[in-house]
Design a protein around this ligand. Structure first.
Ligand code: GCV
Length: 680
């Protein structure tokens, strides 16, 4: 008897009015108009089958599963079962083309899925000429999005903490979204993420409030429903949990990680999680950070804390992601010796080698908090015996909140290519191999997914840079443009491409120009962090100061005269950052307090640089707005209208930033603008 031929898993239907992002139907035309053979079994092979079948229905091609018609001619073969599984691993694939047949082979089902999306990305090109065998494997095995989504609407932070894309895709008003349409949207989300290379999602906020805490136990079924929706696209579900769960949920008198009852509680609770979600990814923990409970309460280290959860997850292959974002958020602003930038290294570097094998230390890419410009966190290079995940922020908390265009690929790429031990040492991307790349998600239930349609590029880049941290961000952007805007379907593809590059390529630097100068950071409105307030955090307990006075500005973090933070770096960076003479201009005020007349490497004084960049930044936004307006005939009208509206706000905001910053520093320094422009 022959085994029944497996059926394709249907492609989730995009709800009406929701933007297809980088998977518009047209990108499936080359695939969908050909003959494809799919070989292999398993649920993700069914997903691949469904994708090809859906494309063929639309574009007239044919798909056959497991050679029902031996000898039939195929243009594309997608097959599971590579001879050498070690070469490709669970997620890699090989692609080649000979004799008119393109062949994608994979050893694991996820590999086949990624191979399929590779074919989609390449379009016609993958069906032309000959192609010698190429192997594609992800550099990082964990490519993750963290959702800071609350289950219940938080009185201050709302449904999504630092969310600028509407409500949560997973939760609404205290419950999991569970209608057919809502879960279909989650499936569509998983599909988009898989097509960019993401393979893990944490579904709730790292600030675990009371309602959210129960997801771990009584409400695990709600998490399981989300996991079911994401699984067909190879995405594992992770959960943020409270370190105090044994007390809050288990009724124990303590959450001390060395207490046996606490260990047992975590082991039991975790067993129940895996009973509900057999492929559960693991826990994400923010401990002893901004008011969240943690091991310090019991005089224990963060390694003690992480290891108790790691031990509970180990039998099931799960991982604990333990965040290194630990600092004193109640510091005295009068005390200039306390330096928030130092905190993560001071707490964690001494613990190197003490974390369990399935514990990952998740480190923000900069030492403070996702500012527009920060150096790379010294923790990343200082813990060779610890699995490190690098955390970036796609949600634009400090970079314009998805009202301003700010393409972050170049910023992330700079961080990932940075070499903490200098040119001969490993890059940050290399160091993240043990733990992965994790981005705070910028998505929500907004019809464009990301509020600003152009912010989709950031979401796309997370997956692509996690797959290849050394990828050229401009190439990633070009890829996103080709998929999302399908230029060959427009009357003027060259104008469309160059216009999109013009508004996006330099947008991070433009944003940097009109906001806080030279790496000093913050200067934002307290609380919501949108718009300028130069002294907004200056006399607060948050450790984010600029120390501007009539003579100068910046934070002295040198070893010679400052907080000693530069000493947390290895050479050459410890020396490069130590002196204003060698410190890169863009980080000068992060590392040094200098007079306004200090001359930068650019040849400009600090004060004149502030004036110039703020005027230039606004002009660049005016130019970008003009270029975008000129693309109206080439871009989908709804997308164009949404971004047009946001450009108005960006320009208003950029002018406001310019005038606040320039006026503030003119009044402080008394130095007039050398170019005699109007400063208020
Ligand atoms: C989820 C910053 C943000 C907080 C966020 C925190 C974190 O402080 O403003 O909203 O909390 O980072 O990364 O934990």
């Amino acid at each position: 008897m022959t085994a029944p031929v497996p059926s394709p898993a249907p492609v989730p239907a995009l709800p009406s009015g929701v933007d297809p992002a980088w998977l518009p139907p047209a990108v499936f035309r080359p695939l969908g108009s050909r003959r494809t053979l799919i070989a292999g079994t398993g649920p993700l092979v069914d997903t691949v089958h469904g994708e090809v079948a859906g494309a063929c229905d639309r574009f007239g091609g044919r798909v056959v599963r497991d050679a029902q018609e031996p000898g039939a001619p195929y243009d594309l073969v997608l097959e599971l079962g590579e001879d050498d599984p070690n070469e490709l691993g669970a997620e890699g694939f090989a692609v080649e083309r000979a004799g008119g047949v393109t062949r994608v082979t994979a050893a694991g089902q996820r590999g086949l899925l990624y191979g399929l999306f590779h074919v989609v990305r390449l379009g016609e090109a993958v069906f032309q000429g000959e192609l010698a065998r190429e192997v594609h494997c992800p550099a990082l095995s964990l490519r993750m999005l963290d959702h800071w989504d609350n289950v219940a609407v938080h009185p201050v932070m709302g449904q999504v903490e630092r969310g600028y894309s509407g409500g949560s895709l997973f939760w609404q008003d205290g419950r999991a979204r569970g209608s057919r349409a809502e879960l279909e949207r989650v499936r569509c989300y998983g599909r988009l993420l898989a097509a960019s290379g993401i393979n893990a999602v944490a579904v709730n906020n790292v600030n675990v409030h009371e309602t959210e805490a129960h997801l771990l136990t009584a409400r695990i079924g709600e998490v399981a429903a989300i996991a079911d929706a994401l699984r067909p696209y190879g995405i594992r579900t992770h959960l943020s949990v409270s370190f105090a769960a044994p007390v809050v949920l288990g009724g124990l008198p303590t959450a001390d990680p060395l207490d046996e009852a606490v260990r047992d509680w975590w082991a039991e609770a975790t067993g129940r999680v895996y009973a509900a979600i057999p492929d559960f990814g693991g826990y994400l923990v923010k401990a002893d950070s901004e008011g969240q409970p943690g091991p310090f309460t019991y005089g224990r280290s963060h390694a003690n804390g992480a290891n108790v959860l790691a031990a509970a997850l180990a039998p099931y292959g799960g991982t604990v992601h333990w965040r290194a974002f630990v600092y004193d958020h109640r510091q005295d602003w009068r005390d200039r010796s306390t330096d928030r930038a130092r905190a993560a290294y001071d707490h964690f570097a001494p613990l190197d080698g003490e974390f369990g094998p399935n514990a990952v230390l998740q480190v923000k890419h900069g030492p403070i908090d996702f500012q527009t410009r920060e150096p790379v966190s010294p923790v990343i290079g200082a813990m060779p015996n610890t699995r490190i995940a690098v955390e970036i922020q796609a949600t634009q908390e400090y970079t314009g909140q998805q009202r301003h265009v700010c393409w972050l690929g170049p910023m992330w790429s700079e961080a990932l290519r940075f070499r903490p031990e200098g040119a001969d040492g490993p890059s940050v991307g290399d160091l993240a191999r043990g733990g992965g790349l994790v981005a705070v998600s910028n998505t929500g239930d907004d019809p464009f997914w990301t509020g600003h349609p152009l912010a989709q590029a950031n979401l796309y880049a997370v997956g692509r840079l996690a797959w290849r941290p050394d990828a050229d961000p401009r190439a990633v952007l070009a890829e996103w443009i080709e998929l999302t805007f399908v230029p060959e379907e427009t009357p003027d593809p060259a104008r469309l491409r160059s216009g999109l590059h013009a508004v996006l390529d330099g947008s991070w630097r433009t944003y940097e120009k009109y906001t806080a100068p030279l790496g000093v950071g913050f200067m934002v409105q307290p609380g919501h962090h949108y718009g300028p307030s130069v002294d907004g955090y200056e006399y607060s307990p948050w450790g984010t100061y600029h120390f501007a006075d009539r003579d100068g500005i910046g934070v002295d973090r040198s070893q010679a005269t400052g907080t000693g933070f530069t000493g947390q770096y290895a050479k050459p960076w410890a020396e490069v950052y130590e002196s204003p003479e060698t410190c890169p201009d863009e980080l000068l005020l992060f590392f040094h307090h200098v007079p306004y007349g200090h001359v930068l490497h650019s040849g400009e004084t600090v004060i004149q640089h502030i004036y110039d960049t703020h005027f230039d930044g606004v002009e660049e936004v005016e130019d970008a707005r003009r270029v975008w307006a000129g693309l109206a005939d080439l871009v989908d009208p709804a997308r164009h209208a949404r971004a047009t509206e946001r450009y108005e706000e960006q320009l208003r905001g950029a002018r406001e930033w310019r005038d606040h910053i320039n006026t503030y520093f003119f009044r402080k320094s008394g130095v007039p603008d050398a170019r005699r422009r109007r400063i208020h």
